[in-house]
Design a protein around this ligand. Structure first.
Ligand code: PLP
Length: 430
């Protein structure tokens, strides 16, 4: 069962938590218990496939709500691409999470959540509408993951003129059960409209709404697979493993910490931040003071008040010292980030995206004081998703991968929305 981190709502099944997103007291859902995996699992891990590892890890969070054969199928379909670890420097590797259909790490969570909802919907005929506000990557991953899922309508709100061309194509060209709303405003305006819709009684009386951001347990938890699959590839090094995670809403790093509590022997985590450094400041001062988000070149991490921070606190029973002994935070400017893209290319020939570059800098900073560890930064998106930043730094043309080429030739379909009333009218009459 799941409980609300606001502690003022009934306990919830997995299905209910997935369907609702947030608890009725507006708290995030959190598993009541996290039980370490059997030591045999770790002894056998070399012989297990990615899907087998993922199944062992996630089944306790789903219980008997999805039958084993169905859950195995869902995992198989979710993980149908690779998660390679690539060596960069002697003590630094990168874990590439961009080999999925939209070339950002959010593909795994979106595909898993979509298939869970699809399974639950096969049992009844209730339609559900998934609302997502996106600053870029989430929209495409959710659109792609949910395409064609029975009984699920997806409505994506994105800020007009403020997402990259590739991102806009990824979220506006699919059709079927996916609708893109181009909002006359900023990402914050999109997010406000979504929040307002969840609180709108007239709307929620007529339509079942849920969210597909990392507040949803079915999007958040499968992210732990990445860390496990990296461990399998790195364990023969026989060194302690430290992950540097470029963080925005802190869902990804928090899932890595769940993997650690399941028994994976990770040494430490690094939260690598851009100018949006609320957690880095918290680790230095023990004061949590959210701020409005600041725009940077690693824009998927432009989050002023990370929604999963409360989950991290819950994982450590609100014990600041315990958290601090397992997590370091560093902040890097846009200038540092651009320089890192350049120096990674010059020293290793590797082309990093701006988010990965922030992660790389986190590894460098940590290694200064902990030279005997092996650090891994998560490469959370393919560099061509941020071509306007990366291409001017890299002295050769960067080719568009086939997934991106394909989508660029399709026509954009979006409905222009000026304000909340237009959004609500659209939801009620479509
Ligand atoms: C979403 C995203 C992040 C941040 O992940 P969180 O789980 O929100 O911390 C980092 N990089 C990229 C490319 C992303 O799309």
């Amino acid at each position: 069962m799941y409980y609300s981190l606001n502690h003022n709502a009934p306990k919830s099944t997995f299905e209910h938590a997935v369907r609702k997103g947030l608890a009725p007291d507006k708290g995030l859902y959190f598993p009541e218990k996290i039980s370490p995996l059997n030591p045999d699992f770790f002894n056998q891990i070399d012989d297990l496939s990615a899907a087998e590892i993922a199944f062992e890890a996630i089944s306790q969070f789903i219980g008997n709500e999805i039958p084993t054969t169905e859950l195995k199928r869902i995992i198989q379909e979710t993980l149908n691409f690779d998660f390679p670890v690539v060596a960069i420097e002697e003590s630094i590797s990168t874990l590439e999470l961009f080999h999925g259909p939209t070339m950002a790490f959010k593909d795994v969570g979106a595909r898993f959540m979509a298939r869970c909802l699809g399974y639950f919907n096969a049992q009844n005929n209730k339609e559900i509408t998934v609302l997502v506000a996106t600053s870029g990557d989430t929209g495409g991953a959710v659109a792609n993951g949910f395409l064609g899922v029975k009984g699920v309508n997806v409505v994506i709100l994105y800020p007009s003129g403020k997402v990259s061309q590739v991102q806009e194509k990824q979220l506006t060209t699919l059709g079927q059960n996916i609708t893109a709303l181009e909002v006359d405003g900023t990402f914050d305006d999109c997010q406000d409209m979504v929040k307002k819709a969840f609180l709108d009684d007239e709307l929620t009386a007529q339509i079942d709404l849920t969210s597909a951001n990392s507040i949803n347990v079915a999007r958040w938890l499968p992210q732990m697979f990445y860390f496990m699959l990296a461990y399998k590839q790195l364990k023969s090094l026989k060194k302690s493993i430290v992950f540097s995670v470029p963080s925005g809403n802190f869902g990804n790093i928090c899932a890595g910490m769940v993997a650690q509590q399941l028994g994976f022997p990770f040494e430490h985590f690094i939260a690598s931040n851009n100018a949006n450094d609320v957690v880095t400041r918290y680790l230095a001062t023990e004061q949590y003071s959210p701020k409005r988000s600041i725009q940077t070149i690693s824009n998927a991490m432009d989050v002023g008040n990370p929604s999963n921070f409360v989950r991290i606190q819950a994982l450590y029973n609100n014990d600041f010292d315990r958290l601090k002994s397992n997590l370091s935070g560093y902040r890097f400017s846009d200038e540092n980030t651009a320089q890192a893209i350049d120096s990674i290319y010059k020293t290793s020939g590797y082309i990093a995206d701006p988010h990965g570059a922030v992660g790389y800098l986190g590894c460098k900073a940590y290694l200064k004081h902990n030279p005997n560890t092996h650090t891994v930064f998560l490469e959370t998106a393919h560099p061509t998703k941020f071509l306007d930043v990366v291409q001017p730094i890299i002295p050769k043309p960067i080719a568009l991968p086939p997934q991106i080429q394909q989508v660029m030739s399709r026509p954009k379909q979006a409905i222009f929305i000026e304000n909340y009333n237009a959004f609500k009218t659209h939801l009620l009459h479509s």
